[in-house]
Every structure is written in structure tokens, then in C-alpha cells.
Design a protein around this ligand. Structure first.
Ligand SMILES: [Ca+2]
Ligand SMILES: [Ca+2]
Ligand SMILES: [Ca+2]
Length: 321
């Protein structure tokens, strides 16, 4: 008897065999008595959710990951749960406690090299998350019950399509149908004001070593920390955007562009002997030349006249946490 549209993957039947109460079942029960104990399956179905998809990392598919969360109140065991479409993986028989997350990845070493080990890696999947979007199915293998079955799209949030951001579910307790809708997801961008966020979003390399502060993968002599602080490009040899020194009238100047709103600290310093360096208002005066919202360009001027000194030098002191 059908009198309303049913939800996907929700069966409808008599609460007890031979009874009269009619209820929605969280699990269909073909071949079983309606009183079969499917508590474990129901817990998984109601509690296990995909909460993040990094399907198109800047650095290449080895840096993909998919985050899972137990949104329920009971510990669930993931044995018998599998990814059956898009990527394939039989999850190991590990427990996932309530409000706990884990990730599955394409390459554990690359994942941990770039993102760290704050979230444990549960398993390594085969295949890739298609950069153009595709259907992903998470199911209870033995019974074929769909936990989540959805199609994500690269066009929902272009910044997730190789722009450094991932797809994160808007609300992990939302209706399962929302996994297939743009409204069910948000773009989660890295914090470009931190070195780690900038590196994840900016460095196009499949080599985990390329992400360190001191790496210089494209060999332009500028280490990543400086590429970050001065808003340069870590993937190409920079020919413009570098600090420029000059003598204006009787004073040395150094004009430089730096990233705004970052935790890098860029300080112009002056010296007469390359040994003792000074900074601050008694030694250097700075003028803001331009601000485009992302970067600021400053001109620093040495307060010691060139004509009164044997030698004058200027440099930028850069600290990147
Ligand atoms: Ca991909
Ligand atoms: Ca470089
Ligand atoms: Ca560069």
C-alpha cells in the first residue's frame, strides 16, 4: 500500500509481522522477518556519513582524501562497509566512536606529508575521485544497503575544482538526499593567511617534500616561505614582484610587495656594515604605495643619508611561522 512518496532507501511495512501498526523502516528487510535484529546495520546506516571530499587537490590525485564521521551516539564497527562506486575500498573492521572522524586516502604517505596526522588514516582506496564529479556509493556490502549514494559535481563550487578547497557537507545530520545537492555542501578553503593553507592551495607538486618552508621546487632561488610572504609563485621562476632597491635623492629605498592578512612578518632592515642590522621608526620609514586587497606594496626608506655613510645596505627580514 503506497499513499505517499517514500524517501530513497526507506522501506515501509508492518511494525511486527502480523501486526497492524505501519512504520517506515530504516532498513529494508527482504527475506527477513520484520523483527530480525538489524541494530548494527541500522546504527551504521544512521551514523556513518561522508563529511568531506577533497576530489581535486592542486598537487594531484595522490593528495585526495575523503573524510568519514560517526554522527550517532553509539560506536560502530566499519567491517562490512564498502565503497562500491567512484572509488573502491572494503573498510577494515575498525571501530569508529561517536563524534569521531577518520579519512580514507589514495596515498597515506602523501596525505600525511601534506595534511599532517591529526586525523587517522583508516584505509587506502583504489581508483580516483573524478575531477569532473561522479557518483559515490557507500554501502553495507553483504546486504547491499546504501548508506550514502550520491553524485558530487565540480561545478558547484569552482574553487573545489583544483583551486585548493574541498567539499564539506553543510550539516552532517542533514537528509541523505542532500549529499546529491549543491545546498548540501560548502566549499572549504584553506586559510591562505597561513603557510600551510597557502602551500596546500598553491604548490603544484606531487612530491611531499616540495611543501616545506625551505623547498624550492622550481629552482628560482626563492624558498617557499619567501614565495608565501612576498606573494610570489612557487611553481614558476619569478621575474617580477621581487623587492627592488634604489637610491632616491640622498636615501636608499627598498620597495616590496607582501601578502596582506598573513601571519608572515616582513620587516625592512638597514645596515652600514652588513653585521649590525636595525629596523623600526628611528631607522626606517615606510610608506604604503598600494593595496589591492590581497597584497600591499610598501616603500621602505633608510633614514641615514647615503652621503654621510661609507656604505648603506637594506634587506627584508622575513619570519614565517
Ligand atoms: Ca581527483
Ligand atoms: Ca621557489
Ligand atoms: Ca617562484
Amino acid at each position: 500500500m503506497h499513499y505517499i512518496c517514500q524517501d530513497d532507501d526507506i522501506a515501509f511495512g508492518l511494525e511486527t509481522d502480523g501486526g497492524t501498526a505501519q512504520v517506515d523502516f530504516d532498513l529494508p528487510t527482504p527475506g527477513f522477518s520484520n523483527t530480525t535484529d538489524l541494530t548494527a546495520e541500522i546504527d551504521i546506516l544512521q551514523s556513518l556519513r561522508i563529511t568531506e571530499l577533497m576530489y581535486h587537490p592542486v598537487a594531484g590525485s595522490d593528495f585526495e582524501y575523503l573524510r568519514l564521521r560517526n554522527i550517532g551516539t553509539a560506536t560502530i564497527n566499519l567491517g562490512g562497509v564498502r565503497f562500491a562506486n567512484g572509488i573502491t575500498l572494503d573498510l577494515p573492521a575498525a571501530d569508529l566512536d561517536p563524534a569521531t572522524e577518520t579519512v580514507i586516502v589514495r596515498s597515506p604517505s602523501d596525505y600525511q606529508g601534506l595534511y599532517g596526522s591529526a586525523i587517522s588514516v583508516l584505509g587506502t582506496y583504489s581508483g580516483k575521485l573524478d575531477n569532473g564529479g561522479e557518483r559515490v556509493r557507500l554501502e553495507i556490502a553483504e546486504r547491499g544497503y546504501g548508506i550514502l549514494d550520491f553524485e558530487y559535481k565540480d561545478g558547484w563550487y569552482p574553487i573545489t575544482d583544483g583551486g585548493g578547497a574541498s567539499l564539506v557537507v553543510a550539516d552532517s545530520s542533514q537528509a541523505r538526499g542532500l549529499w546529491s545537492e549543491k545546498e548540501g555542501w560548502m566549499a572549504f578553503g584553506p586559510d591562505l593567511g597561513t603557510y600551510a593553507g597557502w602551500a596546500v592551495a598553491s604548490i603544484a607538486s606531487s612530491d611531499a617534500d616540495a611543501f616545506s618552508h625551505f623547498a624550492d621546487a622550481e629552482r628560482d632561488g626563492i624558498i617557499n616561505a619567501l614565495e608565501f610572504a612576498l606573494n610570489l609563485n612557487p611553481n614558476v621562476t619569478d621575474v617580477s614582484g621581487l623587492p627592488v632597491g634604489a637610491v632616491e635623492g640622498d636615501f636608499m629605498t627598498l620597495t616590496y610587495t607582501k601578502r596582506k592578512d598573513s601571519d608572515a612578518v616582513v620587516t625592512p632592515e638597514v645596515s652600514g656594515n652588513l653585521e649590525n642590522w636595525a629596523s623600526g621608526s628611528g631607522n626606517v620609514v615606510q610608506t604604503l604605495l598600494s593595496d589591492d586587497g590581497v597584497t600591499e606594496t610598501w616603500k621602505a626608506r633608510d633614514l641615514t643619508p647615503v652621503s654621510t655613510a661609507n656604505m648603506r645596505y637594506m634587506r627584508l627580514h622575513v619570519v614565517v611561522p
